[in-house]
Design a protein around this ligand. Sequence first.
Ligand code: KIV
Ligand code: ZN
Length: 385
Amino acid sequence: MQIQIFDTTLRDGEQVPGCKLNTGEKIEIARALEELGVDIIEAGFPVSSPGDFNSVQEIARTIKNASVCALSRAVEEDIRIAALALKYAKRPRIHTGIGTSDSHIKNKFKSTREEILKRAVQCVKWARNFTDDVEFYAEDAGRTDNEYLARVVEAVIKAGATVVNIPDTTGYCLPHQYGEKMAYLINHVSNIDRAILSCHCHNDLGLATANSIAGVINGARQIECTINGLGERAGNTALEEVVMIIQQHSSLNLSTNIKAQQLNPVSRLVSDTMRMDVQPNKAIVGSNAFSHSSGIHQDGFLKCAETYEIINPDEVGADTSKIVLTARSGRSALAHRLLKLGYQYNRNDIDTVYKEFLEMADKKKEVNDADLRELANAYSAETVS
Ligand code: KIV
Ligand code: ZN
């Protein structure tokens, strides 16, 4: 079963403080996303500022294969402006919606469930006047009562929504709850076969990726995500994580159009352009994702990479696996690196060099090649060419 990858790096991702991009930078990222194979690019929220309108318009002109999507609230003018920004898109999608949890209904809209249901239907009808591809979002669906959510979903599909987004806006759900929500909608919405359900998860409890995967296991067919997991507060579902989970676990019988070898280059482009460093231990794209530093791991890895690596770094466009020499490293990793540098020792000599190495490593965080050469030159070794 094919999962649509909906990238929102340029919309939800760009909401991160300090990440503001100009139009040229957004076009460069949009091109890279299209090249990566994403199915839908959410380019921005056109009514929010003239700059964002312009960016969405330029991305819509540039992108040829992916759908280009613009966000709006359930407000007629927002939808009109979104449609205008998408005028030149080959495949335009309008993403419109409203909060459906009791908290949003009472505190944000000072309204009632019935009134919000009417506004949900109305905004989809407005959007359908401009395009056949209309996605409805039920903001805070994660905390919305399932019975009411099912009524809203059924009504917006009847009004013409082709995709229905079920956002866990506050990152509150546990994976089994989010999965059950999708299953509930599939089993209780009579016209569900006329639309696809989409996962949009935030990472406030570190569960965004797990929740998105639970969503697709339970019948959703689209995942909304960002490169490097960028997004409001603790971020959104990381694109690279869901793609590689789907690829690694063939038993899920799911697939995406993503060209995995471009994951690391696109991650670097987004990190550099948005000036947001990627944490070193980030799955798939962190600088330590393919580094081994403990003796036990290094020994196992050097005997057979698969013992400690489930993904070959080449598959995701990362640099080759690294053996980092620290005070936790073992003899075999030291001997392996020394041999690479051209020094070969017999078993007794490597014991002596190893002792010296540990003293040096206890003083330094990481022992580099220059340190090793200094160490090796102090001991008689057979230099190999
Ligand atoms: O998190 C959220 O609910 C959103 C919607 C606007 C789609 O980003
Ligand atoms: Zn969001």
